[in-house]
Design a binder for this molecule. Structure first.
Ligand SMILES: [Zn+2]
Length: 364
């Protein structure tokens, strides 16, 4: 028997298979198994080398050797495949274990505040509520820039050049007083923008942020919110304004709550009125209830300002004041929230602490 034919002997093949199966089982991971595969099923493995010798045999010897090699290869292949599946499963299991999240642990560690559901700021909600009341009456929501030109904020609204509200002790000027740009002190410049962009009839509601040089204290904040309304149409009168504001009062504070006008002066309306709201707690019946904290037993709460749009303002917007008239009104949202909910400190509204806003939830 030649040395080469030894490679094909039953004993040599059995040993090669046994060694292969042993190493396959010992492979601890897919990388090790890859080397085992090379050594025992690759081109230079004992079985592959033996296979090359088959050609030198003849007859039944050749057939027997071929059968032995085929069986040997098959055993090694099955063992390799089985071990591959095992190691793949082990790898997946170890990844799952490594990436496992213990949800009960998270719950155990959480305190009540991290589980608290968020809330919308009541300023957002009340602005939307008021806008909705007006949208239902056919108004559209209008917006304008917060950094506004002096012309829109003052001149176009009939506010004279020497009006005290223009001073830098009241108004934030951007960069310098010569820049001509202010942080708007009111939402009223949006009235002018709305009139310039539209043709009558005009019905707009303007919620927005405004700025004045007040220090933050219990009742003041340098940044606050207003909502402003403007209507320009034929034959509008103070009666239309009163009816509109009574409707708003009832939508927000309930049946029977109406508004009251007191004569006043604003440059952009003529005539102008202070707007009072009948106290929604004591219903204005101060004689029966002397201890109303909401209205300080006055029966009425100061709410905002209003009036008929000054013809000068209409003309500035290019609207013929002999054909059209308009009314406008505005109120502060912080103030509205404070008397509506008995909030006594402006800091609560400005700081937006979740413990404060959570009381209001997602709506009012
Ligand atoms: Zn009252």
């Amino acid at each position: 028997m030649s040395p080469d034919s030894n490679l094909l002997s039953e004993e040599t093949i059995s040993q090669a298979v046994a060694q292969a199966l042993k190493e396959i089982q010992l492979a601890k991971n897919l990388e090790e198994l890859k080397n085992v595969r090379l050594n025992h099923a690759g081109e230079k493995s004992p079985i592959a080398l033996a296979n090359r010798e088959i050609g030198s045999l003849e007859g039944t010897a050749k057939a027997d050797a071929g059968k032995r090699i085929g069986e040997a290869r098959n055993k090694v292949k099955i063992a390799l495949d089985d071990r591959t599946v095992e190691l793949q499963n082990e790898r997946e299991d170890s990844i799952l274990i490594a990436e496992k999240v213990d949800v009960t642990q998270v719950l155990a560690n959480a305190n009540s505040s991290s589980l608290m559901v968020g809330a919308r700021h009541p300023l957002t909600t009340i602005a939307e509520h008021i806008s909705d009341v007006f949208i239902a009456m056919g108004y559209e929501v209008a917006e304008g820039p917060e950094a506004e030109s002096e012309w829109f904020n003052f001149d176009s609204l009939n506010i004279s050049e020497d009006h005290p509200s223009r001073s830098s002790s009241d108004t934030f000027y951007v960069e310098s007083m010569d820049s001509g740009i202010v942080m708007r002190t009111q939402t009223s410049p949006v009235q002018m923008r709305a009139m310039l962009e539209r043709k009558p009839p005009i019905y707009v509601i303007v919620p927005g942020k405004v700025f004045r040089t007040d220090e933050l204290d219990a009742t003041h904040t340098p940044v606050f919110h207003q909502v402003e309304g403007l209507a320009v149409d034929k034959n509008l009168t103070m009666a239309d304004l009163k009816g509109t504001l009574d409707h708003l009062a009832q939508s927000m504070f309930g049946t029977g709550i109406e508004t009251r006008f007191r004569p006043s002066y604003f440059p952009f309306t003529e005539p102008s009125a202070e707007l009072d709201l009948k106290c929604f707690v004591c219903k204005g019946e101060t004689k029966k209830r002397k201890d109303c904290k909401t209205c300080r037993s006055e029966g009425w709460i100061e709410w905002g300002g209003c009036g008929m749009v000054n013809p000068n303002v209409l003309e500035t917007a290019g609207i013929d004041s002999s054909k059209y008239s308009g009314f406008a009104f505005g109120m502060g949202l912080e103030r509205t929230l404070m008397f509506r909910y008995g909030i006594t400190d402006m800091h609560d509204l400005v700081e937006a602490d979740i413990r404060f806003t959570a009381r209001f939830g997602l709506g009012l």
